[in-house]
Design a protein around this ligand. Structure first.
Ligand code: D5M
Ligand code: FE
Ligand code: ZN
Length: 558
């Protein structure tokens, strides 16, 4: 097996379950016989080592030198981590090294089908290649023959917004006041440019019959005896009742309202307003929303990201075979442009998350679950950039925003040197702003809104609602728990280009005002609970995002 470039050495090491320091790779690449050097380094790796260090490589090479097995030219040819090979030479299979020839018997198998999944239909659908790739078979190279050859210099992944390390909340009442104040202030700023709003305290003193506008947080929604809607809006100065008549063309929008979200209304004050019991007859209603003409950012080169979620390692239902086919496929030519793996939470099944969960656990200790998850992560090519946020099954606080994993868990999952951030997090991947959020509030949006606006079968539509409200978890007090902080980390100040969630274990994607919303399914087959409530999970799919076009394809591994 030719191992003349550092990238191929990295692939070779990862296929054997190791990562290595960059310097360690450089040292191996600088030997006369990198294949033999890799063999020796792996063979002599310290027990429990996940990452091979430069000092380990140095000592192994010194030993080899003494035995005259391989020469070390001190890295003179090795510093070019981005050097490219042609595909033909990189796919060369060689059995020159007897030590691992047994593992590299090439087989051809079916390429994972591109599936149409459950993308939203109609005009909002993202452009992408059509239909399942039925019957198409391609040679799939095995991991040991990895053809990956990434351009490390072109990569960039920057965390823009993240609670990790910033949490100041103590859970006291004053923190709730400040987080709601911050939510109101930031979302009302988005709305004030569109309406000429006044504080409710000032409106209470206005003469009846005049026109005005209010920006407020929805504190109550009631239907009246005659079928109209009474919405109570709250701002920092008080509350005010607003009436939406059932025959107005925007009355439909009332169905979309959730408690605690911030909206604006325009209308006319009732004649008796200055008596102190007035009401606003609503003529128009606005959400903070994403501008219809929003132009998403794209990457400058053809590079892709795999978006996955809800791995649930430790559950009896975790689909190990599907996961391994996915990881194997990532080593193939078809997947060579996939340089990022973004995981939206629930790495492990956790313990004590739901009643009777123990009956379906394969691994009962949560740390052992993360150890095992780390093993599965090692199957993913070592040259990929990985970013993970926690979900409700993970071992961090349940209330949102959830900070990223603590040192102990990071240590356990360190093999890949993954970027670990909080839930939610906004990350800039080669210029594309990706909002990662686990998705617990989706259960709430789906429960509260009518079927056609949000359902488990079309999870991306529930995501559209969050984009419209510019908040990842608008309603407080139900399924979504809130950790009060000085600032509301759940507000979307910036419009994301891509919004990635999981949690509901359903695959669905589509575009909302040009923003791509993706719910990426899971790697856990149906649990007993899910069976009992008829949740039929989409397990073993990997949505693949083109960062240069924001087109999506989905590969199926189950
Ligand atoms: O939850 C996956 C999906 O299933 C999500 O929509 C919640 C729902 N779910 C799963 N188990 C339960 C129980 N026991 N009660 C209520 N809802 C449940 P995840 O948390 O990602 O496993
Ligand atoms: Fe989950
Ligand atoms: Zn979840």
């Amino acid at each position: 097996m030719p191992l003349e470039t550092p990238v191929r050495i990295v692939s070779e090491l990862t296929s054997r379950g190791y990562n290595a320091d960059r310097e360690a790779v450089t040292l191996i690449a600088g030997t006369d016989d990198p294949t033999a050097a890799v063999e020796a380094v792996v063979e002599n790796a310290p027990e429990d080592a996940l990452i091979l260090s430069a000092s380990h490589v140095r000592s192994v090479l010194a030993e080899l030198d003494q035995n005259g097995a391989t020469g070390n030219n001190n890295g003179t040819t090795a510093n070019n981590a981005t050097s490219r090979e042609t595909t033909s030479s990189s796919s060369t299979t060689s059995s020159s090294n007897g030590a691992n020839s047994g593992e590299i018997s090439a087989t051809s198998s079916t390429s994972p089908p591109e599936t149409k999944g459950v993308e939203s239909g109609g005009s909002s659908a993202s452009g992408r290649s059509s239909g399942p790739d039925s019957g198409a078979t391609t040679d799939v190279t095995r991991p040991d023959e990895s053809v990956r050859n990434p351009d490390f210099d072109a990569r960039s992944l920057e965390v823009m917004e993240d609670i990790t390390g910033e949490s100041t909340g103590t859970g006291e009442y004053k923190d709730f006041v400040s987080v709601f104040r911050d939510r109101f202030q930031r979302l009302s700023k988005q709305l004030r440019s569109r309406v000429n709003a006044r504080p409710t305290s000032a409106i209470q003193k206005m003469p009846g019959g005049g026109d005005t506008a209010i920006v407020g947080m929805v504190s109550d929604i009631r239907s009246t005896a005659s079928g109209h809607w009474l919405i109570e809006l709250e701002d920092t100065s008080g509350t005010y009742p607003c009436l939406v008549m059932k025959d107005r063309d925007f009355a439909d929008a009332v169905d979309e309202l959730l408690h605690d979200e911030v909206i604006a209304v325009e209308g006319t004050l009732s004649d008796d307003n200055d008596d102190g019991d007035g009401i606003l007859f609503v003529d128009d209603l606005y959400f903070p929303d994403v501008p219809r003409t929003y132009k998403p950012n794209t990457a400058d080169r053809h590079v892709q990201a795999a978006l996955i979620s809800d791995v649930h390692v430790g559950s009896q239902e975790f689909m190990a075979d599907a996961w391994s086919s996915f990881a194997d496929w990532l080593h193939t030519e078809e997947a060579e442009r996939i340089e990022y793996l973004l995981v939206a939470g629930d790495m492990v099944e956790g313990v004590g998350v739901y009643p009777n969960q123990d009956d379906e656990l394969d691994i009962i200790d949560i740390y052992d679950q993360y150890e095992q998850f780390s093993e599965y992560l090692k199957e993913v090519p070592g040259d990929m950039e990985i970013l993970m946020i926690p979900g409700n099954h993970d071992a961090v606080r349940l209330a949102e925003p959830q900070p990223g994993f603590d040192e102990e868990l990071r240590d356990i999952m360190s093999a890949h040197d993954a970027r670990i951030t909080g839930n939610p997090s906004m990350v800039d991947v080669e210029g594309v702003n990706i909002l990662m959020y686990h998705g617990v509030s989706l259960d709430e949006v789906i429960a509260e809104l009518p079927e056609e606006k949000a359902s488990y079968d079309e999870p991306h539509k529930a995501m559209y609602q969050l984009l419209k409200k510019r908040h990842v978890a608008p309603q407080f007090g139900g399924k979504t728990r809130l950790a009060p902080e000085e600032k509301d980390y759940l507000v979307m100040d910036e419009v994301p280009d891509v919004f990635h969630t999981g949690h509901v274990h359903k695959l669905g994607w589509g575009k909302y005002h040009n923003v791509l919303a993706v719910n990426s399914g899971c790697w856990q087959a149906q649990t007993e609970f899910q069976k009992s409530v008829n949740i039929d999970p989409d397990a073993g799919f990997a949505p693949i995002l083109d960062l240069d076009t924001l087109d999506m394809t989905v590969r199926q591994f189950s």
